[in-house]
Design a protein around this ligand. Structure first.
Ligand code: UDP
Length: 316
């Protein structure tokens, strides 16, 4: 029987979409998740589908603790709290996921002699002084700020991957994931897209932090998962940026969500949290050239699909 692909953090937002994607391609999948921010609800449809169920195994496990698994064919490490609200609420778990957890999975990859993909983040660029951000940019991160538990965990995680390449000749890949959105984001995870959609659908005030002039670039989750798969199955090791190069202000996003959600919500300005990056935009030339990847879903289409999903009441 073919060896399984391991998806750590597979019951999370991006992880569960990745499990779907791999199962649809006929892969066997082992999904681990500590469930501190992930949820069984995200994989329930797999466990209830008789074709997928036979190729799928879920193990509730924290990657920072000892974890014993047999040989696997590939490892995607998506296990970490990822929203600013979540990681600031769980700073120690976040630091452990990027360090100890990452090391535990790198060891499994070393023993399995298999490719490994570490989910890093655009947060390694901090509040960027270079715009758009290329992979060659070293970043502008506050090591003791509100976001440092996440940013530094991911920066350490990248250094660990590079060291495993050097010392063990491991095919340790690094992807820098930019803001991603879509169905299965938790309504209460604090990120801007679920917050604004939930507020718009209830005609409540849209909470814009600061003046709303800070920018982000939002990638629909199906595009993200396709990028992760292409990197894993290419000779490239990265770091590679995967994100959508359509930049929008937070205020612009609020307006778009109000319009698409046919909402009567008004904007309410709130205090800008500390160390909130002023702008963020991926340069995706490397992904385009080396992986033949670029996003296909426009922000309007992706938001329309996400709003429909939130309306259906499936979001927890
Ligand atoms: N934001 C906002 N209102 C909210 C939630 C977030 O204005 O209710 C802003 C936040 O300050 C940031 C941007 O939206 O500038 C994106 O925030 P998110 O938490 O989604 O992710 P980040 O890119 O900051 O990690």
């Amino acid at each position: 029987m073919a060896k399984a692909v391991l998806v750590a953090g597979g019951a999370g937002f991006i992880g569960s979409h990745l499990c779907d994607y791999l199962l649809a391609r006929g892969e066997r999948v082992i999904c681990t998740d500590s469930l501190i921010t992930g949820s069984r609800d995200n994989i329930l449809h797999i466990l209830q589908n008789k074709d997928y169920k036979k190729n799928f195994r879920f193990i509730k496990a924290d990657i920072s603790k000892k974890i014993s698994l047999g040989a696997v064919s590939q490892i995607y490490n998506l296990a970490s709290p990822a929203s600013p609200v979540d990681y600031q609420d769980k700073p120690l778990e976040t630091l452990q996921a990027g360090s100890l957890g990452n090391k535990n999975l790198l060891e499994i990859a070393r023993k399995s002699r298999c490719p490994y993909l570490f989910a890093s983040t655009s947060e390694v660029y901090g509040n960027p002084l270079e715009h758009p951000q290329k992979e060659t940019y070293w970043g502008n991160v506050n090591p003791v700020g509100e976001r440092s538990c996440y940013d530094e965990a991911k920066r350490f995680g990248e250094a660990l991957c590079i060291s495993y390449r050097k010392v063990h000749d491991l095919d340790a890949k690094i992807v820098r994931i930019f803001n991603t959105y879509g169905p299965r984001m938790r309504k209460c995870d604090g990120r801007v897209v679920p917050n604004f959609i939930d507020q718009a659908l209830h005609n409540k005030p849209i909470t814009v932090y600061g003046k709303g002039l800070q920018t982000r670039s939002f990638c629909y989750v199906s595009d993200m998962v396709d990028g992760l798969y292409k990197l894993m199955n290419s000779p490239q090791q990265g770091p590679v940026n995967i994100g959508n190069p359509q930049e929008i202000t937070v205020l612009g996003l609020a307006g778009l969500i109000v319009k698409l959600g046919r909402s009567s919500s008004k904007i309410e300005y709130r205090q800008l949290p500390g160390d909130d990056p002023e702008r963020r935009l991926p340069d995706i030339s490397l992904a385009r050239d080396k992986l033949g990847w670029e996003p296909l879903i426009s922000l309007e289409d992706g938001l329309t699909a996400t709003i429909a999903n939130f309306r259906s009441g499936k979001q927890k």
